[in-house]
Design a protein around this ligand. Sequence first.
Ligand code: GUN
Length: 171
Amino acid sequence: MNPGKSGVKEMIAALDVQPHVEGGYFRRTFQADERAMLQTTNGPRYLMTAIYYLLTEDSPVGQFHFNQSDILHFFHLGDPIEYNMIHADGSLQTLIMGNDVLAGQHLQMHVPGGIWKASRLLDGEHGFGLISEAVSPGFDFADMQMGDRKKLTAQFSQHRTLIEKLTRDDD
Ligand code: GUN
C-alpha cells in the first residue's frame, strides 16, 4: 500500500499539500467554522483547526518554531519522525513518532502551547513521514514564531548544536 520512495511526488499530489514556511508540506483539512470563534488575547480564533503535515527526503525538517496553541499530533504513514521540544525552562524533550509502538515510538503526541518544537524525518524505506495535527485554539500565523538561530542559541546555549541543525542559516 505504501508507494515507496519513488512515490513521494505522488503522495504530495494525492494529499494536495503545499510547502510550509517551517519546511515540509501541509494542507488544512478542517477549521471549526460552524462554531463560535474563541476570543484569545491575540484576537478571534477558530475553536480548532487541523492539517496534514508531510516531511519528505527533499524537505525533511520542520524548523524550530513556537506556537501559542496546544497541538495534538497523530502519526499516519511512512518513516518515523523525531521531535525535539525546548521548554521555557530550557529543558529538552526528544521523542519519535512512528508506528513501531513496541519500540517506543508514539502514534500520538501532545505539545502544549509555549514550547519551541522542531521535527526531522528519520531514515527509512519510504522517504516520507505523514502526520496530522489538531490545533486549539485554531492555527493563525500571528500565533506562530519561526526560530531565529542567533536568538535561540543565545537563549538556549546548551542546545546550540541541535538548534543549528534545525534552524535556517539566515546569514
Ligand atoms: N500548523 C499547524 N496548523 C497549521 C495551519 O492550519 N496552517 C499552517 N500554515 N500551519 C499550521
